[in-house]
Each structure stands twice: as structure tokens, then as C-alpha cells.
Design a protein around this ligand. Structure first.
Ligand code: 13P
Ligand code: SF4
Length: 302
């Protein structure tokens, strides 16, 4: 593995490349990553970087977002099969029909969506800024796609905004039940419960904290507590165990695994970077239309 890491690091220097890695990736990816974090943080880094190549260790919509906002850079996704089940739940036609059903409303899309869907929306958001983004619209009613759970979480935080949601979800998070939380809490009564807002709102309400993957990691970092029940994908727990060995972390269920996020390996990163393959391309019209929606988000969340 050492040799693999050295080769990737050397290529990064030679080719002016950076590697962005999401917190759900296999932990060994962090050994070559320049930045590791949630989807907002990674999109900000993709925008700011002066690198010529971005290798995205994440899923398709993340690499596509990087390409949309940094079109002059080469963006590589080491494993092109790394999709997102939620992003696949709404296509361009379905998006247009949804807008037709509720005309003339501001439309917010979760970053977990395709470029074609983003192109139809006014502004984008991530799990860490969804409340702030919807609030920034100053509208009594908004459309929200594709994640119904995140949309309803936002509505619960803002008591004067109606959020009309599309029926999409992340199956990994949506499967968590109230009973899962109660059972785990009964075994670990002193543990703080940290939940990702892709879970059902009635589940999220049981959390001591609801936030993005980076939000959960930062909560642990700033907390004097010793025990935490983590209600998001396993990669976050793997990183927490590595970074805070004196604390205890309980993953809510062994089913909290995003298979797509685990597809990327160091070998694939090396291959993609060495051969400059698996490049993300996007037609210019769609790119321009979807860029507006992401740029507006980045302006609100600087
Ligand atoms: P974050 O925005 O918290 O990184 O979440 C992205 C994601 O896909 C969660 O399932
Ligand atoms: Fe998509 Fe769910 Fe995987 Fe996140 S965890 S990338 S929402 S499938």
C-alpha cells in the first residue's frame, strides 16, 4: 500500500492534481486525499482550487458538481459506477412534471441530484445548509427535491415556510426506525445521538444533534462527552474511531452502508490519475443552467 500511496502522491505533484474525498469513503483513501469532508465543503474546495485535475473519491453527483462549477478543470471519478440511489430517484422529465404540478414556486434541489435536475432549479443546498438556503428565499412556500426527509426537516426548523417535497429518499438513512434509536439508547443511556437529516424527521427528532457528516464529526470534536450513537453511514464512524480513540462510537445499524461510496479504491485512483480516464463531461447548455443553481448556494454559504 505504501508504494501505491507514494505513486499517487507523486502523480498529484507532477499533474497538479488534488484528491477530494467524502467522509463515507473507505478510510484508507484519506491517506492520499487533500481534503476530506461533507458535500458542501468538497464543492467549496472544487470551486477554490487552482489545481488542473480534481480526482473525486465520492459518488457521481459530487464529481459532476465539481465539473459544473470548475469547467476548465479535468474532473475524474475513479469508479464511474459510483452513483447515488437518491439522485437516481428523479430525472429531468419527473422534475419538469413536479414543477408543472406546483407552478411559480421557488425550487430548491438537494445537491444529491443530477445536472439535468439542477438545471431546472433556482438554488441548490446540502445537508449542512438546507435550512439556511430555504430561509434565504424569503418565500412562504417552496418546492424541494429529491429528498422528502430533508425537506420536511427544513420545514420543521422554519415554522413559517411550507416545503412541498418530492418523494425521494436515501434508502440507507430512510430505513432507520424510532425503535432502532430507542433500543440502542436503552443499551447506551448516556450516549449522545447524532443523526443525519436524510433520516425520517420522526427519527431525527430523537437526536441530540441533527447535521451533515462534517457537522457530526465537528460535534464530536467539540464535545466533552465520551459516548456517541452515530446515525449515518459507517464511514463516519470509521473516521471518528480513528481520530478520537479515547471516545466510544456506536453505529446505529450495520446496514448503514452506502455501497456506491465503497466502490472507490486506491488502485482505481492511481489508474484514473495515471491515465487521466473516467473524466466527467457535461453538455455546455446543461452545465450553464445547473451552474447558476450551485453558484447561488455557494454565495449564501460562503
Ligand atoms: P453530506 O452533505 O452530509 O456530506 O451528505 C451527503 C450524503 O450523500 C449523505 O448521504
Ligand atoms: Fe446517495 Fe444515500 Fe449513498 Fe448518500 S448514502 S450517496 S444519499 S445513496
Amino acid at each position: 500500500m505504501k508504494n501505491l500511496i507514494e505513486r499517487i502522491n507523486l502523480l498529484k505533484k507532477q499533474k497538479k492534481a488534488i484528491i477530494l474525498a467524502h467522509s463515507y469513503q473507505n478510510v484508507e483513501i484519506d491517506k492520499v486525499a487533500d481534503f476530506v469532508g461533507d458535500s458542501l465543503y468538497l464543492s467549496q474546495k472544487a470551486k477554490e482550487t487552482s489545481a488542473e485535475i480534481i480526482v473525486f473519491a465520492g459518488v457521481y453527483f459530487m464529481a459532476q458538481t465539481a465539473k459544473i462549477i470548475s469547467p476548465e478543470k479535468k474532473v475524474l471519478l475513479p469508479n464511474l459506477n459510483a452513483g447515488c440511489l437518491m439522485a437516481d430517484m428523479i430525472n429531468h422529465e419527473q422534475m419538469k412534471s413536479f414543477k408543472k404540478k406546483y407552478p411559480n414556486l421557488p425550487t430548491v434541489c438537494y445537491i444529491n441530484s443530477t445536472a439535468e435536475v439542477k438545471a431546472e432549479c433556482d438554488i441548490c443546498c446540502t445537508s449542512s445548509n438546507a435550512v439556511e438556503i430555504v430561509k434565504s428565499l424569503n418565500a412562504p412556500k417552496v418546492l424541494f427535491v429529491p429528498d422528502a426527509n430533508l425537506g420536511k426537516h427544513v420545514e420543521a426548523q422554519l415554522n413559517n415556510v411550507e416545503v412541498i417535497t418530492y418523494q425521494g429518499c436515501c434508502p440507507v438513512h430512510d430505513n432507520v426506525t424510532i425503535q432502532n434509536i430507542l433500543d440502542t439508547k436503552s443499551k447506551h443511556p448516556n450516549a449522545k445521538v447524532l443523526i443525519h437529516p436524510e433520516c425520517k424527521p420522526k427519527v431525527s427528532q430523537l437526536g441530540d444533534y441533527i447535521g451533515s457528516t462534517s457537522g457530526i464529526i465537528n460535534y464530536v470534536k467539540n464535545s466533552s462527552e465520551k459516548e456517541f450513537i452515530i446515525v449515518t453511514e459507517k464511514g463516519v464512524v470509521d473516521r471518528l474511531k480513528r481520530d478520537f480513540p479515547q471516545k466510544e462510537f456506536i453505529l446505529i445499524s450495520e446496514k448503514m452502508l452506502c455501497e456506491s461510496m465503497k466502490l472507490t479504491s486506491l488502485e482505481q485512483i492511481l489508474y484514473a490519475l495515471e491515465n487521466e480516464v473516467n473524466e466527467i463531461t457535461i453538455d455546455e447548455k446543461t452545465r450553464q443552467l445547473s451552474a447558476g443553481c450551485i453558484e447561488r448556494m455557494l454565495k449564501v454559504s460562503q
